[in-house]
Design a protein around this ligand. Structure first.
Ligand SMILES: [Fe+2]
Length: 199
């Protein structure tokens, strides 16, 4: 009887996620709960989002996760999602669509994604963007400013001027295409910057 109870409790324990969802800070957050849906147990520091056959121009996102003093921070989970090459969120299990993924900063604070360059929404003046969220394990989660692209004709002067003081640091990137035709952008993240009630 006792071993049966122990066995049952082990099964129940295994069915419960070991890590609770982190507390949301930084004001109302549309989709903040989605960052936990389907999150893998093992998260590499660099993650492929779009499959190799996904239509679109390849894009490599790189960045460093820093604290407010500029010191690299390891073990921070960065979550990204974006539109496809037609400006749509392809249907998936999450309402963030299929083009989504997680990367965990390494000992140097570095993270990365390999994906495709998103298009802006159809018939919209909203610029191309990659949505980003941060999960600080055991502490908090919040969204930060999108990755925007300096060569995007939809980018306004007003948006440009707002970016440096934005949530989680400056999201405006300077895309460079390498000789393999892969766009490269750097998006460093400053933890807690512009996030209200950040602990
Ligand atoms: Fe969007």
């Amino acid at each position: 009887m006792r071993s049966w109870i122990v066995g049952l409790s082990l099964v129940l324990f295994a069915a419960v996620p070991l890590m609770a969802e982190e507390r949301i800070v930084g004001g109302p957050c549309d989709g903040c709960e989605q960052v936990f849906r389907g999150m893998p147990d093992e998260i590499p520091h660099s993650t492929r989002i779009a499959a190799p056959d996904e239509p679109g121009e390849p894009l490599r996102i790189r960045g460093r996760v820093l604290n407010s003093a500029g010191v690299p921070q390891a073990g921070i989970i960065v979550y990204a999602y974006h539109t496809d090459a037609k400006g749509r969120y392809p249907r998936g299990d999450s309402r963030h669509g299929l083009l989504r993924g997680w990367a965990r900063s390494d000992a140097q604070g570095e993270y990365g994604f390999l994906t495709i360059r998103p298009a802006s929404y159809p018939n919209s003046s909203i610029p191309q963007h990659v949505h980003l969220h941060v999960i600080e394990p055991g502490r908090v989660t919040y969204y930060i400013d999108d990755i925007l692209f300096d060569d995007d004709p939809l980018l306004t002067e007003r948006l440009r001027s707002q970016m440096p003081s934005g949530r989680g640091g400056d999201g405006l990137t300077q895309p460079q295409r390498n000789d393999q035709g892969i766009w490269q952008v750097q998006r460093d993240i400053v933890l807690g910057q512009g996030i209200s009630d950040y602990p």
